[in-house]
Design a protein around this ligand. Structure first.
Ligand code: DQA
Length: 150
């Protein structure tokens, strides 16, 4: 059984009440339940972590390298400037899929740049809560493809 970790960065705990026009009306809890349910379809054991603090996200990425097979990461605003989170992703060998609810390429100019994108397996942006589910799919299909190539 694969173990995956979903990391939500700053302000994502307020999903449902935070800028619903941009991020939707679904609560943080209900989105997490949907992610867990979706992961179960692939028989993935799925853990959720949220933090508003850069160092805690880095610590969790470090821990994940030994405990998990893959990570789904919405780094929130840290996406755009945290070289420390980028370095943490680069330091670990497990795949990290970058996720955003909104399309970061279609908003403010400062959101267009993701400093973590070059060290992530890939980026899914703009599909609301479904971005997370698609990131779980991406991990599944990535592992399926490598198993087939063995
Ligand atoms: C976000 C996009 C970021 O620009 C923003 O700072 C967030 C959420 C998203 O999921 O669309 O906090 O990562």
């Amino acid at each position: 059984m694969k173990k995956i970790l979903v990391i939500h960065g700053p302000n994502l705990n307020l999903l449902g009440e935070r800028e619903p026009g941009v991020y939707g009306n679904d609560s943080f809890e209900s989105i997490n339940n949907e992610i867990i349910e979706h992961a179960q379809k692939y028989d993935f054991d799925c853990e959720i972590f949220q933090s508003n603090h850069e160092g805690e996200i880095i610590d969790r990425l470090h821990m994940a390298r030994k405990e998990f097979d893959g990570v789904v990461l919405n780094a929130g605003a840290y996406t755009h400037y945290s070289y420390a989170i980028r370095d943490a992703i680069a330091a670990i060998k497990i795949p990290v899929v970058e996720v955003h609810l909104s399309n970061i390429h279609a908003r403010d100019e400062f959101r267009e740049k993701s400093v973590i994108a070059p060290v992530c397996k890939g980026q899914i942006s703009g599909f609301g809560k479904f971005s997370y589910l698609m990131a779980v799919d991406a991990l599944y299909y990535g592992w399926k493809a490598s198993a087939e190539n063995e």
